[in-house]
Design a binder for this molecule. Structure first.
Ligand SMILES: NC(=O)c1ccc[n+]([C@@H]2O[C@H](COP(=O)([O-])OP(=O)(O)OC[C@H]3O[C@@H](n4cnc5c(N)ncnc54)[C@H](O)[C@@H]3O)[C@@H](O)[C@H]2O)c1
Length: 362
């Protein structure tokens, strides 16, 4: 069946949706009905959109085009309003992560989805990886023995341009609206969501305690170097230790520490190492999975709104935590467009190995 789709946000990450929709159109699975965008379109966007309507007002565009599905890939602080507009128009929803900037807005979203009987997928694309499904099954079935903990380390580097690209970048609040654009809640949001999925603890009541340690190396409002330690209802300790100020970047690694073995997952590359064997798995994109679910409800959603509740507990803990502490300049180095915290790669790795916070490792 061909579904009519409206996309909100055609630049930034929204461009990947515009390209995917073009690909799905060629496969006959969707038809682009219109695009909501507030910025000027570049040449690629104009070519992909063709003669379809483009508007800055999403409710008006939805009323004019009556799509089956709305994709929202706009900044975090716009999610609640634009997601509600899609659902109010009676369309299914594909919403980029995080689902919203507040736990209360997530509860409202969850209720709106349930009340209307519509489908809502959240764009945690790592959860569409068969590597995650395989590892979660191994944890659930005790293949690794009892799980002492799950640690994730991430060391990426962002340039000045990353923070210049949009007014909300690196902000905790913008014009009075919560944004929560920190390392744990945006660039490494998948690290948190994947660890919870591997533990089978994605629900809002599955996270029973949550400590966050937020640091910033840059002169931004939000955190760029952070450590989270939470405990899940099944008794697992999860540590996520990440930085956006690495000297040497590498892909994030999720480690499951089991009494009978250890597993390592590189969730950005679908690579899973268990029993010393490394295998690359397939993945299905969140939009394709949503379309498959709409065609056949027995196909489960990879990341429905309910199963982002545990993640939202973490986001709320970050949002309400004290302001990030500034790392003193003496520890930092500037390299062109980058701010570097030498030695941070070893620190995040240690935190994930020992399930410890940065302060405990000092
Ligand atoms: N899944 C992933 O791997 C991934 C990666 C990057 C970003 N994201 C998510 O994608 C979303 C967008 O992030 P970004 O970094 O691309 O943001 P951005 O600010 O760089 O760009 C978003 C696009 O939305 C447009 N836009 C802004 N406000 C709008 C509005 N009210 N109506 C219509 N269009 C509007 C902007 O003009 C821009 O084209 C965020 O939720 C972010 O967390 C996800």
């Amino acid at each position: 069946m061909t579904r009519r789709v409206v996309l909100a946000g055609a630049g930034g990450y929204g461009r990947s949706y515009l390209r995917e929709i073009a690909e799905l159109e060629r496969a006959g699975l969707v038809e682009l009905a219109g695009v909501c965008e507030i910025a000027e379109l570049d040449e690629e966007a104009r070519r992909l959109i063709g003669n379809r309507p483009v508007a800055a007002d999403l409710p008006a565009l939805l009323a004019a085009t009556r799509p089956d599905l709305g994709v929202v890939a706009t900044p975090i602080h716009t999610h609640a309003e634009l997601a509600a507009a899609v659902l109010d128009a009676g369309a299914h929803l594909m919403l980029e992560k995080p689902p919203g900037p507040l736990l209360s807005s997530w509860h409202a979203l969850r209720k709106a989805v349930a009340d209307r009987g519509l489908a809502c997928q959240i764009g945690f694309q790592s959860l569409g990886s068969a590597a995650v499904t395989r590892l979660a099954a191994a944890v659930r079935d005790g293949e690794l023995g009892s799980v002492r903990g799950i640690g994730v380390s991430g060391a990426w580097s962002r340039t000045d341009e990353y923070y210049r690209r949009a007014p909300w970048a690196g902000r905790r609040v913008l014009d009075g609206h919560p944004v929560v654009d920190g390392a744990l809640t945006n660039p490494f949001a998948h690290a948190v969501a994947t660890a919870l999925a591997v533990d089978g603890s994605t629900g809002v009541d599955d996270v029973v305690s949550c400590e966050v340690e937020l640091w910033r190396c840059r002169d931004i409002e939000a955190d760029d170097t952070s450590c989270l330690r939470l405990r899940t209802a099944r008794g697992t300790t999860v540590v996520v230790a990440v930085t956006l100020c690495a000297e040497r970047e590498s892909e994030p690694v999720l480690v499951v520490h089991g009494s009978r073995g250890r597993a390592e997952l590189v969730y950005t590359e679908d690579l899973l190492t268990m029993d010393g064997h490394t295998r690359r798995y397939e993945r299905v994109s969140p939009l394709r999975n949503l379309l498959a679910h709409l065609d056949d409800p027995s196909v489960g959603l990879q990341s429905d709104v309910d199963s982002t509740g545990g993640f939202m507990r973490v986001l709320e803990a970050v949002r309400t935590a004290p302001e990030p502490s500034r790392v003193p300049d003496a520890y930092l180095r500037r390299e062109g467009e980058r701010v570097v915290l030498p030695g941070v790669e070893a620190l995040v790795t240690q935190a994930a190995e020992r399930l410890a916070t940065f302060r405990e490792l000092r």
